[in-house]
Design a binder for this molecule. Sequence first.
Ligand SMILES: C[S@@+](CC[C@H](N)C(=O)[O-])C[C@H]1O[C@@H](n2cnc3c(N)ncnc32)[C@H](O)[C@@H]1O
Length: 229
Amino acid sequence: MTTSDKGNLREEFNRWAEAGRGAGMEEDHLPITLPVLEKMRLEPTDNVLDVGCGAGWLSRRIARMVPEGRVVGMDISDEMIRVARRGSVEHDHVLYVTGEVGEIPWEPNFFTHAISVESAYYWPEPGKGVKEMFRVLRPGGTAWILINYYRDNPHCHQWGPLLAVATKLLSAEEWSGLFDEAGFAEIAHERVADPSPSPETYTGRWFRDAAQLKAFKTEGALLVYGRKT
Ligand SMILES: C[S@@+](CC[C@H](N)C(=O)[O-])C[C@H]1O[C@@H](n2cnc3c(N)ncnc32)[C@H](O)[C@@H]1O
């Protein structure tokens, strides 16, 4: 990965954070994230890593589920990390660190779970990111990647050229292959449909029209997960 890839990502997501887009993502991502949190079966003592944590809404939600554990939110954008810290002052077991997923600034074998929501298709070296998630998990720990932009859902393919940074449009099989190469066992993938109500009309730029937005939500996000044995 080049320094400019990393710099572009940091600058772009710093702009998102400055424009207040970090906090706004909770509303869009919560409906697909809630079913994943249920599947993770978190215990009060768990240590959880949130990769590409953005403004920290998910780290805070997880913190309430693991009151005796620790949550670390990590993001390449130092501005997102500042927003996340400001919003989490009442949680003394949540910590935010700036870092790139290809080099997670944490010791090996620490976390019981690692989750990443709507971030992995931005990673310049996705295989390296998955390997790093494996490294920081303790044996028995699980990794969960949830993304709305992936090859098997044709209703998101138009996003690539609309985004200001490079993205990776991988299939469910390709993501699972990266989990396999990293050393994960019990690898599986599934779709998580977005049950939130869809508007009658759509005027944004991400979808052709309301019908395509509805089709996209029905097709669902891709969840890939595995266990470090
Ligand atoms: C679309 S936002 C999602 C943020 C958050 N997970 C949420 O659901 O609100 C993607 C986030 O991933 C972060 N990100 C992108 N590439 C990254 C990388 N290579 N390493 C670490 N974080 C990254 C971005 O800075 C951004 O905050």
